[in-house]
Ligand binder design. Structure first.
Ligand code: WTA
Length: 645
């Protein structure tokens, strides 16, 4: 691959980085040769423990039994807030930038401590105890961070649900983990529009009889319905709360949070992360991947409803005593220059976003970028999906003016933190490659027989050993944890992604190998969208696949077979789109709906998605083996009527 451009580590990084190339190589080797020692050392250096561990790791991938730092005790909120008070009480912990550019706030560690302690007391006043689940359905306002940390402070397990999810999605997540308390706001704001969070929550809660308290941040002061015995006015109640709330001492393996994510089958699964290992891994990766130095202003544009928000807006940065920027808005409001205006306004040094945002902004022209100075920027990052080299180059040249390295970070909700990534002071960059493993990570590629691919080659991306940030189980369904991640390739954690390794040992993610879509960096299960479509009385059957989309990475392409006697129409298409909105949320909206008289199936009745994917992607000369189809003529029909993107 000698024609691939490489970018050396910039001079400035050679001089000031936390980890240079020689250090990376030797630390990586040490982490692989003697992981117990490596992780024990990191754990001692990064985290304040109440009590040390009895064993560093206890892992058996055959049983999907994963434990780190057993016997140790700590409190995550203490590590993210209280321990910084001695030296950083007056340092800004959170810069909040509102949807409206006129609104911003700066919250010091002292203020954060006070808000979180009061919020924790408010939760206690509603009888929330250690181990209880609390659902957080919030806009990107500082209170979402307070809410997460307040749960951690008293040992409650939070389950943050992205504010863009529908009442139906919210309900199923509340029920799955039996959350009895919900924290929400009257409304959210995004791109100048309001999001009716309380209204959605009220609707969801019609089906959640166990929810006894709904804490409502009256943020926009919108008119909302109110149930006197259930609903709690956040601002009014906080006034009466004490600033004193001792941290609950937790075991390293006590759960910290549940976060729902889409899989290839069935309903979203509750990914469970625990306290000690997760926090250590989030903090360590945040520091080294972003080369975080004290005093830097760091901005991750994700939403708190996704894992990126958990690990790299809240837990990682705050554990490191960083200044983390929380952004309520969208990249294109009031216009496509918003990101860069915010960078200048708050003198952001480190900026972390998704390829889909970069592609969207690239299409709007360079003047939006150039009107801002961006001189504070030192490092750029991406996450969530493969970045095409063209977008990488634009990000590097236009946004970063070639002086900022780009860290293309590959990871997953399940991994808790970044696994494959460049370190800016250590790694030569290749546009489109997530490059090398982080400390302690041992990736492998397996061929279709499950054999290890050595040297350059491609295969299923698996991890040969555990790391502290790894998920511990699917909440309430350990069998699903085993069958999803540990059955296909025994002895390994299977990521669901395919990858290629080049001669330099660099990894290139080729995308999901299962029926999970990645639309604008959001994970969606095709099965979930199909379940929503078939709820319509006119739909007999539906199959959903992804197709390449210039900005979103992938779009949703649905093949829909109608009940006999039903005529296809545009009105029916709109109804189906509405149904998907209602059941999941606007992010799952099918871009294309093709009416299909039938779907290609094997003789045993299995839908051949491979063929559907190829038709949707217009790869028609390469359909593969169709000889096992029950009725090959179906394919011709589908090709004839395929929709052009
Ligand atoms: C994809 C997001 C290529 C991948 C943190 C993974 C990526 C899924 C990258 C996880 C990247 C994430 N390059 N693909 N840098 N980062 N992915 O759980 O397919 O929302 O399995 O976690 O996103 O998505 P999730």
């Amino acid at each position: 691959m000698s024609d691939i451009k490489t970018y050396p580590v910039p001079q400035q990084y050679l001089e000031h980085t936390l980890i240079n190339n020689a250090q990376y190589e030797s630390m990586y080797q040490a982490s692989i040769d003697d992981p117990e020692n490596f992780w024990a050392e990191q754990a001692r250096a990064k985290i304040d423990w109440e009590k040390p561990w009895d064993s560093v790791m206890n892992v058996d991938y055959k049983k999907a039994h994963i434990r780190w730092f057993e016997g140790a005790e700590l409190n995550v909120c203490y590590n993210c807030v209280d321990r910084h008070l001695a030296s950083k009480a007056d340092q800004t912990a959170i810069i909040w930038e509102g949807d409206d550019p006129k609104n911003d706030l700066s919250i010091t560690y002292r203020e954060l401590h006070q808000k979180v302690s009061r919020f924790a007391n408010l939760l206690k006043s509603r009888n929330v105890k250690k181990g209880d689940r609390v659902c957080i359905y919030m806009p990107m306002i500082p209170e979402v961070v307070y809410a997460m940390l307040a749960c951690a402070r008293i040992g409650a397990i939070h389950s943050v649900v992205f504010g863009g999810f529908s009442p139906e999605s919210l309900k199923s997540r509340i029920l799955d983990s039996d959350c009895q308390v919900v924290i929400t706001a009257d409304e959210g704001l995004r791109g100048g529009k309001t999001v009716p969070l309380k209204k959605n929550a009220d609707k969801a809660l019609e089906g959640c009889p166990n929810v006894h308290s709904v804490i409502v941040v009256k943020y926009t002061q919108a008119d909302i319905a109110w149930q006197e015995s259930r609903d709690v006015d956040y601002y009014a109640s906080m006034e009466a709360m004490s600033d004193d709330c001792p941290c609950e001492i937790m075991s390293a393996e006590d759960p910290l949070f549940i976060l729902y994510t889409s899989g290839s089958t069935g309903q979203p699964k509750g990914v469970l992360h625990t306290s000690g290992g997760y926090l250590l891994y989030a903090a360590l990766t945040h520091q080294y991947v972003f080369d975080y130095h004290d005093g830097d202003v760091y901005w991750c544009t994700a939403d708190a409803g996704w894992i990126t928000g958990h690990s790299y807006i809240v837990y990682g940065p705050l554990a490191n005593g960083a200044t983390t920027l929380v952004f309520e808005g969208v990249p294109t409001y009031p216009d496509a220059g918003r990101f860069w205006d915010v960078v200048d306004k708050h003198q952001v040094n480190i900026f972390y976003t998704a390829p889909t945002a970069i592609r969207a902004l690239m299409g709007q022209g360079n003047e939006f970028v150039n009107r801002a100075s961006r001189s504070s920027l030192r490092l750029l990052g991406t996450v969530g999906e493969p970045i095409n080299p063209e977008a990488w180059e634009w990000y590097h040249q236009v946004v970063g003016e070639t002086r900022c390295p780009i860290v293309d970070t590959w990871w997953q909700t399940e991994t808790g933190g970044i696994l494959l990534t460049p370190l800016p002071g250590a790694t030569q960059l290749k546009p489109g490659s997530a490059t090398r493993p982080f400390f302690g990570i041992e990736p492998a590629l397996l061929d279709s027989d499950g054999k290890t691919v050595e040297g350059a080659g491609s295969g299923a991306l698996v991890m040969a050993r555990s790391w502290p940030g790894q998920m511990r189980t699917v909440y309430g369904d350990h069998d699903r944890f085993i069958s999803t991640y540990f059955s296909q390739y025994p002895g390994y954690y299977f990521t669901g992604d395919g990858a290629r390794r080049d001669e330099d040992g660099y990894y290139w993610i080729t995308g999901r190998m299962d029926d999970v879509l990645n639309v604008s960096g959001h994970r969606l299960g095709t099965a979930e969208i199909e379940s929503a479509l078939v709820l319509h009385e006119s739909v007999a059957e539906a199959a959903v696949v992804g197709f390449p989309h210039d900005i979103k990475g992938q779009g949703v392409y649905a093949y829909v077979t109608l009940m006999s006697g039903v005529d296809p129409s545009d009105a029916l298409k709109q109804e189906l789109i509405k149904l998907v909105n209602q059941e999941i949320g606007p992010i799952a909206k099918p871009e294309m709906i093709q009416w299909s008289p039938g779907l290609p199936k094997t003789r045993s009745g299995k839908i051949m998605r491979r063929i559907l994917r190829k038709i949707a992607s217009n790869e028609l000369d390469n359909l593969g083996d169709t000889s096992t189809l029950a009725d090959p003529s179906v394919v011709e029909q589908l090709i004839k009527h395929r929709l052009n993107q």
